[in-house]
Design a protein around this ligand. Structure first.
Ligand code: SAH
Length: 258
C-alpha cells in the first residue's frame, strides 16, 4: 500500500504498480472493461453475498482492478450513492492495496461554471451538499470538504478542465442543495465522489477523480432525460480519458504526477 501521501504532503517517489478504479454504474464500467481488456474475477474475495463486481488485468506496467457496487439485490438497479461506494472502496483498498485510486463516472455540470455536456473534469476538491447539521463544528463536518490529490502534471498532459465536485445522495436538488452547492463552489455534481474521497483520506491512499458531464444542473432541462440521452457518450469520453491517464501513469512514480 502507498505510504501516507495525502493531507497536503507531496507524493512519494514510489512506482505506480497497482491502480484501483471505482465506478458506480455498469454502463460506465463497460467501455473501460473492454478497452483495458479486464476480466471478471469471480474468485470470491469480497464478503459472501455482496453484489460487488471486480474486473482485473495488467495494463502496461500496472495491475488494474476495476470495482463496481453491482446490482442491488432487492431493487434490481445499480447500487449507486454514497453508502455502497464507501463500503466498496474501503473493502477494495484493504484487499488490493492500490498505490492510487481513480474514481471515474458521470456527473451533472454547472453551466454557470463553464461545464458542458461531454466534458471530462479532473476534480480538485470534493464536498457534500446534503449533510446539514447546524450544531457548532458539525456544519463543516457535514460539508466534509477534502482536497483531491493534486496531479498538475497529469492535468497539463491531458489538458483537462479542473473543478470542485459536490456530492449528495439525490439525483435531483432542492433549493437548500442549490445554496450549499454554490457555497461549495461546485462545477460538477455526483452521488459518490465525496464519499470515496472520505475513504481514500481515511486510508491515506492517493485519489484522482475524473467526472464526465451527462447533464446540466443549472438548466431547466429534466436531469433524468439528459442523463439517459448522454450516458453512453459520456461513458465513452470517460473511458478515453481514463485510458489516456493510465497511459501517462505507466512506468511512473507517484511523485511524477506533481
Ligand atoms: N437511471 C440511472 C441511475 C443512475 S443515478 C441508470 O441508468 O443507471 C446517476 C448516476 O450518475 C450516479 O452514479 C451519479 O454519480 C451520476 N450523476 C450523473 N448526473 C448526476 C447529477 N446531475 N446529479 C447527481 N449525480 C449524477
Amino acid at each position: 500500500m502507498a505510504p501516507p501521501a495525502l493531507k497536503g504532503a507531496p507524493l512519494p517517489a514510489t512506482p505506480i504498480k497497482t491502480v484501483l478504479l471505482v465506478v458506480a454504474l455498469q454502463a460506465e464500467a463497460a467501455p473501460l472493461v473492454k478497452d483495458l481488456n479486464l476480466k471478471e474475477d469471480t474468485s470470491g474475495l469480497f464478503p459472501a453475498g455482496v453484489p460487488w463486481v471486480k474486473f482485473s488485468g495488467e495494463y502496461k506496467s500496472m495491475k488494474v482492478h476495476l470495482v463496481t457496487p453491482g446490482v442491488d439485490a432487492i431493487h434490481g438497479v445499480d447500487a449507486v450513492c454514497t453508502v455502497p461506494a464507501s463500503l466498496l472502496t474501503f473493502s477494495s483498498v484493504q484487499l488490493f492495496k492500490p498505490d492510487l485510486i481513480i474514481n471515474c463516472g458521470t456527473a451533472g455540470g454547472f453551466q454557470k461554471k463553464g461545464a458542458e455536456i461531454g466534458d471530462v473534469y479532473l476534480i480538485s476538491e470534493t464536498a457534500f451538499h446534503d449533510r446539514r447539521n447546524m450544531l457548532p463544528g458539525f456544519d463543516n463536518y457535514g460539508i466534509g470538504a477534502l482536497a483531491a490529490t493534486p496531479v498538475p502534471k497529469l492535468v497539463s498532459h491531458l489538458n483537462l478542465k479542473v473543478g470542485v465536485l459536490t456530492t449528495g445522495d439525490s439525483l435531483d436538488h432542492v433549493d437548500k442543495d442549490d445554496e450549499v452547492m454554490e457555497n461549495n463552489n461546485a462545477t460538477v455534481k455526483d452521488m459518490e465522489g465525496a464519499a470515496i474521497a472520505y475513504v481514500a483520506d481515511l486510508l491515506t491512499t492517493p485519489l484522482i477523480l475524473l467526472k464526465g458531464v451527462t447533464d446540466i444542473v443549472d438548466s431547466p432541462a429534466a436531469t433524468e432525460e439528459e442523463f439517459l440521452l448522454n450516458l453512453q457518450s459520456a461513458a465513452k469520453a470517460i473511458q478515453t480519458t481514463v485510458t489516456s491517464a493510465l497511459d501517462f501513469l505507466s512506468l511512473k512514480n507517484l511523485s511524477d504526477l506533481q
